[in-house]
Design a binder for this molecule. Sequence first.
Ligand code: DX5
Ligand code: ZN
Length: 221
Amino acid sequence: MGGKIAPSLMCADFLHLEETLSALDRASVDYLHIDIMDGAFVPNFTLGPDFVQAVRQATRIPLDFHLMVDHPERHLHLFPVREGDIVSVHQESTPHLQRTLQQIKSLGASASVALNPATSVLSIEDVLDDIDMILVMTVNPGFAGQKLVPATLQKISRLRKYLEERDCGHIEIEVDGNVSMENAKKMRQAGADIFVAGTSSVFKPGADLVALTQALREAVA
Ligand code: DX5
Ligand code: ZN
């Protein structure tokens, strides 16, 4: 199966959200990536529960929640998570990672751990049984439009190998940050499965969102 595409709604034009959602539906994207930032875990604020609720009502595309918040276990109940969605929480954001992953599973969603560029792959050794996906941050979280941290490419291949060696080949790898057409190809080769599409690939002012999404899909086929 080819790579999956998860366009990042924080990069969309909020004044034309309805058109964007219908274009993404026509482009048959796999998920809508939803960045939640709390101004504490990362130095920025983005989307919140009301925004997500509105999106949920407007589309049937599954949601891919990326919680960049301290103590995500305290805030999970604010979001309309359901079966078929993915929820990523950062390894660095809570001392109660395993409990938080269980909480996500109990909502019927796929549970995932996000790793900042400086966080080791080895740090998730003890929760491999609790996760369906790992989100590898390929930039430091907080802002769109940043440049790839080069060492993260090698981290993706190291993680893929690490998972195979532990009979965890079913765990998917998602990449987020500067996933340009060119970087996406390298990330695919390194073993990534799901690609967060932001300003580097599909959200270009004036460009055709459906055509760019199709081009990205081909790049990671
Ligand atoms: C943060 C965000 C950003 C962004 C990705 O978690 O997910 O990484 O939307 O888009 P780029 O890096 O292409 O602007
Ligand atoms: Zn994200």
